[in-house]
Design a protein. Sequence first.
Length: 291
Amino acid sequence: MENRIFFEGLYGNDRIEFTKGLIYVYPFGVIGRENNNSVKTHAHNNQFQIFIILEGETQLLYGKQVYHIQAPAFITVPKNTDHGFEHLTPLKGWIISLSDNMLEHMVRREAEVIEAIELFQVTKVVVGEYSEEIFSTMLRCIAEFQSDQPGRLLMLEHLVGQFIVQLRRLPRDLQQRIFIANNASIIYYRRFTQLIRQSITYKKTIEEYASDLKITSGHLSRICNTIAFKSPKEIIMDYYITQAQLLFVNGEKTIAEVSYDLGFDDPSYFSRVFKRKIGLTPNEFRKKIGS
């Protein structure tokens, strides 16, 4: 694990500004051009990515394997998944980055859809096939991201939900699966995040979570560090800060009320944690979203 490279932002960056805490879109190929068309193998511990290739050719790198990809196509990459690129021609396309915490919040009532964000795959876009329908939804999502139309945030959430469901429904014979995460550590990790969502306060201890999972707290820590490059405590705090963002976006509660709703006894402490995680104070975040 020590030799792996990971970023919380796009390649080379440790910060990403998700719109509504959910989505960020960036042109595909720009980062490659800035790095002599070579993007070293790396991973992201906080986002599910979709690489959309409209024009050009590239090579996807995974371990010792190389996958040649020609437009039009799209690649889905789960969080914590090593991937890199060697671009063979100039590329035209997009990178859609989606917050893993927000995605889990969106699909929490549709557990079988989670498989869509755990699948590392390449899909060739073929006219008249289901892949073209998904591709169209993704392009509509990108256009909405770039727009300033009324209801933009609501439409973005709708379109993201739509293509995530479409990915889950994509027929197996149209996919080139590289892998789907389904080992024991992934299962424990997903169950841990489900327990976090079911909890009513961030104060529940790591030992209590481990007991619920029937494993030791040390085992849980090793799983979280392996899967997410984070401690269990950091993962819990990330979830509650995401919930705070949702409350600020969707409601009119004060900062203190949000703090108490999430189980923080001290609004000042909550504000410090929020700024450390988001890079903005709660007041700055609310002003930015127009709340």
